[in-house]
Design a protein around this ligand. Structure first.
Ligand SMILES: Cc1ncc(COP(=O)(O)O)c(C=O)c1O
Length: 420
């Protein structure tokens, strides 16, 4: 090797490779292995774009709001960001945000909460779901979660040495978990029941009867309920329903709320936990050991957002309109789907084959086919039967653009002739 030549690049393992904790894969961490669903989708999208540059990618795979926060909220943020009193650690949050959350809970749900003791802000509900197992789960204890679903509370339960018992959300049970199916020894070790309504991805909303059953189940099995209401302002089949409206609910758990979906504030990272004072306090104690609170300017802008009832109404009407259009298109193309109760997702059974063509063992296989052959991106779920999730958070400048996108979706899907 000449003196000015760089040495050949040799990948050596860092000395700490064997030190990674088992919870993230131990010594195998970071090595090539299974490719996860979202990475597969990303790769398939890149390939479809490279092979068919002339074909617009119709992207129903994005699970994030397509709009910025309301201009009035951004104006409050712009003012607050310049105020020196907002610069410091926010710790467990400012009273103004908690008071605005209390006003919203009263206005939208008729639920009266003490902002001082029964509400705490969080840096998005994801962080609260990550922290709640620390509040309750010792090694060997169980969290009950629904699948398909948002996996964060289950992941952290396992990080703490706990176990996850999965409750499938089946079409035949109207996408509600069958609480009676839980074996007695699991119920005995269970400390947490995590539910999520309106449900992502199934779009199912909860009924008052279901929530009453959850309260009774929690009481009789002495466990804590966490109801993840991240999508609650996007409810279409009935007015938004809080778990805390259920008699006895605040004696058995907490509800998580978020400004991400209903207020188009996904990147702002702000939400709140509310319900039983002792649970809210315990979460705040754990949180105090994890973060130092959301930027006070964001909390103040979020408080202004919560005080404007029109923002979530506008968001809801937009996604309702888009879902109605999509349902009509998919039905015309042979899918058996109906308007979801809530969320911006349409969850529909995945075909087992297409007319005169390929067959598919899983929704994942069908979704790969849709991207490769038709440049249509969806998210597959195979946890409780083969289903596809279409999100209506696609970018479209106005309603004419939405209609154009729907017409193109119909043109491509009409050809395939799905068989179920
Ligand atoms: C069911 C569910 N819960 C929680 C979250 C997290 O939301 P946040 O932005 O409040 O952390 C999401 C986000 O996609 C979600 O779908």
């Amino acid at each position: 090797m000449r003196a000015n030549q760089a040495p050949p690049f040799v990948m050596t393992e860092p000395y700490f490779q064997s030190l990674f904790a088992q919870r993230i894969g131990g010594a195998g961490y970071g090595k090539p292995g299974a490719i996860y669903k979202f990475e597969k989708i990303k790769r398939a999208k890149r390939k479809a774009l490279a092979e068919h540059p002339e074909r617009k990618l119709l992207d129903f795979g994005i699970g994030e709001n397509d709009e910025m926060a309301d201009p009035a909220v951004r104006r409050v943020m712009a003012e607050e960001i310049d105020k020196p009193e907002n610069r410091g650690y926010a710790d467990n949050g400012i009273p103004a945000f908690k008071e605005a959350a209390a006003r919203l809970m009263q206005r939208e749900f008729g639920v009266r909460l003490d902002p001082d003791t029964e509400i705490n802000h969080c840096i998005g509900t994801k962080t609260a779901l990550a922290m709640l197992p620390a509040v309750l789960i010792n090694p060997g204890e169980v969290t009950l979660t629904t699948v398909p679903g948002y996996p964060v509370a289950g992941t952290h339960t396992q990080y703490y040495g706990g176990q996850v018992h999965r409750l499938p959300l089946l079409a035949e049970n109207d996408f509600l978990p069958d609480l009676d199916s839980i074996p007695a020894d699991v119920r005995r070790r269970a400390k947490l029941l995590v539910i999520n309504y309106p449900n992502s991805p199934t779009g199912k909303t909860a009924t008052r009867e279901f929530y009453a059953r959850v309260v009774e189940f929690a009481r009789s099995n002495r466990l804590v309920v966490v109801q993840d209401a991240a999508h609650v302002m996007l409810s279409y089949d009935a007015p938004p329903l809080s778990f805390l409206q259920t008699p006895g609910a605040r004696e058995v758990g907490v509800e998580l709320h978020s400004l991400s979906k209903g207020w188009n504030m996904i990147g702002w990272r702000i939400g709140w936990v509310c319900g039983h004072e002792r649970l809210v306090r315990a979460l705040a104690d754990v949180k105090d050991n994890c973060d130092s609170g959301q930027f006070i300017a964001i909390q103040k802008a979020a408080a202004a957002a919560l005080d404007d009832p029109e923002i979530p109404r506008r968001t809801r009407e937009k996604y309702r309109r888009r879902l109605e259009k999509l349902v009509a298109v998919l039905r015309r193309c042979g899918f058996d789907c109906r308007m979801p109760g809530g969320t911006y997702f349409l969850y529909t059974r995945s075909p087992r084959a297409v007319a005169g063509g390929a067959s598919f063992a899983t929704a994942e296989e069908f979704s790969q086919y849709l991207i490769a052959e038709h440049s249509i991106c969806t998210v597959p779920w195979d946890d409780a039967g083969p289903f596809l999730r279409f999100s209506v958070t696609y970018e479209a400048a106005d309603q004419a653009a939405e209609d154009e996108l729907m017409a193109e979706t119909q043109r491509r899907l009409r050809q395939i002739g799905p068989l179920f």
